[in-house]
Design a protein around this ligand. Structure first.
Ligand code: SD4
Length: 330
C-alpha cells in the first residue's frame, strides 16, 4: 500500500511533556475487539512497525535459536538496513536536502542498558554500531563523525549509502526543493522492533535514515532514548514511527511504558500517547503521522496511530502477520 503524507508548518516550539503526574487506576481495556490485543501471552514474541515480515521472522528465528532479545532485534533491524529497496532505513535511505544519507538508531537491552548513534554517515548497520556504543563504551550516544570513527574502529566498513535510486529521487526533489518531508513512504518505513525471549525478557531497537530531505544536521526521535524507543524489562517496551519532532515533544515511548506501569494496557497506553500529541493546542496533526507499538511483560501488545495506514507486524511462530492499526482520525 502506498501512502504519502506531507508535513506542513510543523511547529518546533512546544516544550516536551513528560509523564503526567496523575496516577492512573489499573484497568483492563474492554473497548477493542479481542484480536486487537495479544491475549495469548505467547513467548517468544516479536513485533515491529510497518509491514516487515522478513525482518520480524529473522528476529523470531534468532530467538528460537536460543539467542537473546537484544540479538533478535539487532538481527531483524539489520535486515532492513541492508535492504537497498527500503528508502527509509540504512543503505538506500533517502538523503537530507544536501544529499547526505544520515542514519539514526538506538537499541535497549533487558537490563536497561542503551546505546544510540545519531547523524551517522557511511556505515550501513547503524543498529549494530548503536549496540557497540552500548556494550563497548561508557557512553549512551555517539554523533556524526565520532560515531563513524567509532564504527570503523569496531571493524565496520565504509560504504556509500546513497544509491542510484535515492539519488534520482533527490535530484527530482531538488527541482522544487520544497521542504515538505514525506512522512510515510509506502508501508515499510522506519523500523522499530520489540522482542520478548522465551524467558520473558524484552529488548528493542529502532533504525532509520530519518525524514527525507530534512535539514542537514537534523536528528529525529529514533535514537533518542525515551522518545523513539524505551524498554523497561519490568514493565514493557514501546517504539515510535512517524514525525519524530512530535514524538520527541511528548517523549512518546517513555510515556507509553510509564502509562503501562500505572496499569494501562499496551493498547490504552499507545492511544493515550497519540492523544497527547493531537490534543495539544494548535496541533496540526492532520498533516503528519505518528504511530506507536508496545508490548507489556505479559506479552500483550498494542498499536495506534494518528492516521490510517499504519501497520504492525507480529511474529509468534514461523510466519509473521500484519494488521492495520486503528487510527485517531477515523
Ligand atoms: C524520524 N521517526 O526521523 C523518524 C522517521 C520515521 O516514519 O519514523 N518515519 O522522525
Amino acid at each position: 500500500m502506498e501512502r504519502r503524507k506531507f508535513l506542513k508548518n510543523a511547529s518546533l516550539s512546544t516544550a516536551a511533556v513528560l509523564v503526567g503526574g496523575k496516577a492512573l487506576a489499573s484497568q483492563t481495556n474492554t473497548n477493542h475487539p479481542p484480536n486487537h490485543q495479544n491475549t495469548n501471552h505467547t513467548k517468544p514474541l516479536v513485533i515491529a512497525t510497518w509491514n516487515v515480515n522478513l525482518e520480524a521472522e529473522k528476529a523470531f528465528q534468532t530467538l528460537q535459536a536460543g539467542k537473546s532479545a537484544v540479538d533478535a532485534v539487532e538481527e531483524g533491524c539489520k535486515l532492513a538496513e541492508a535492504n537497498i529497496d527500503n528508502i527509509t532505513v540504512g543503505k538506500g535511505g533517502l538523503p537530507d536536502r544536501d544529499g547526505h544519507v544520515t542514519l539514526d538508531s538506538s537499541i535497549m537491552d533487558s537490563h536497561g542498558n542503551c546505546g544510540s548513534v545519531v547523524y551517522m554517515q557511511n556505515v550501513t548497520h547503524a543498529v549494530s554500531v548503536a549496540r557497540m556504543v552500548m556494550e563497548k563504551t561508557p557512553h549512551v550516544m555517539l554523533a556524526g563523525k565520532g560515531a563513524e570513527q567509532f564504527a570503523y574502529e569496531m571493524g565496520f566498513k565504509k560504504e556509500d549509502l546513497l544509491t542510484e535510486k535515492a539519488k534520482k529521487a533527490w535530484d527530482e526533489w531538488k527541482v522544487k526543493s520544497q521542504y515538505e518531508p514525506i512522512i510515510n513512504i509506502e508501508n515499510h518505513d522506519t523500523i522499530g522492533m520489540l522482542a520478548m525471549d522465551a524467558n520473558g525478557d524484552i529488548a528493542g531497537a529502532c533504525t532509520t535514515s530519518g525524514l527525507a530531505y530534512k535539514m542537514n544536521g537534523r536528528v529525529g526521535d529514533s535514537p533518542i532514548i525515551g522518545s523513539g524507543l524505551f524498554v523497561d524489562n519490568e514493565i514493557g517496551a514501546a517504539v515510535a514511527t512517524g514525525l519524530g519532532e512530535e514524538v520527541m515533544k511528548t517523549v512518546g515511548s517513555f510515556l507509553i511504558v510509564e502509562l503501562m506501569r500505572q496499569g494501562k494496557t499496551p493498547q490504552e497506553a499507545c492511544e493515550e500517547a497519540v492523544r497527547r500529541i493531537v490534543t495539544k493546542p494548535g496541533s496540526n496533526y492532520k498533516n503528519f503521522q505518528v504511530g506507536y507499538i508496545a508490548m507489556n511483560k505479559k506479552g500483550e501488545t498494542g498499536y495506534y496511530s494518528i492516521h490510517k495506514g499504519f501497520w504492525m507486524t507480529k511474529c509468534t511462530s514461523e510466519k509473521a502477520n500484519n494488521s492495520e492499526s486503528e487510527a485517531f482520525i477515523k
